[in-house]
Ligand binder design. Structure first.
Ligand SMILES: [Zn+2]
Ligand SMILES: [Zn+2]
Length: 99
């Protein structure tokens, strides 16, 4: 756990890890959907302040992990920071060594 602000802030599933914002809205991003099999039309949220995008947890509805076009394996986690739910789809995606 880090207590620093900004980019070193630990992702807690509630606030944007980039800007600390807490307001998000559902967005539909066909490019991210094509790139990531676990991005659907109903689980992608964007930070109102900075535009960072996250998928949401199917179990608790909080932010699950950040996704953007240059996201690599290190940027995606398969476990929800809020409720510890494991996303099997992401786990399999990481295991396949994508992208
Ligand atoms: Zn943000
Ligand atoms: Zn969760």
């Amino acid at each position: 756990m880090y207590n620093n602000r900004g980019r070193d802030m630990a992702f807690d599933g509630i606030n944007c890890v980039e800007c600390g914002g807490s307001e998000f809205r559902l967005v539909n991003d066909s490019i991210l959907k094509r790139k990531f099999p676990f991005v659907r039309g109903d689980n992608l949220k964007m930070c109102e302040k900075c535009g960072a995008k996250y998928i949401t947890c199917d179990k608790c509805g909080n932010l699950f992990t950040r996704v953007h076009l240059s996201t690599d394996l290190w940027g995606v986690t398969d476990t929800c920071p809020s409720c510890n739910a494991l996303n099997e789809e992401i786990k399999a995606w990481i295991a396949r060594g994508h992208p």
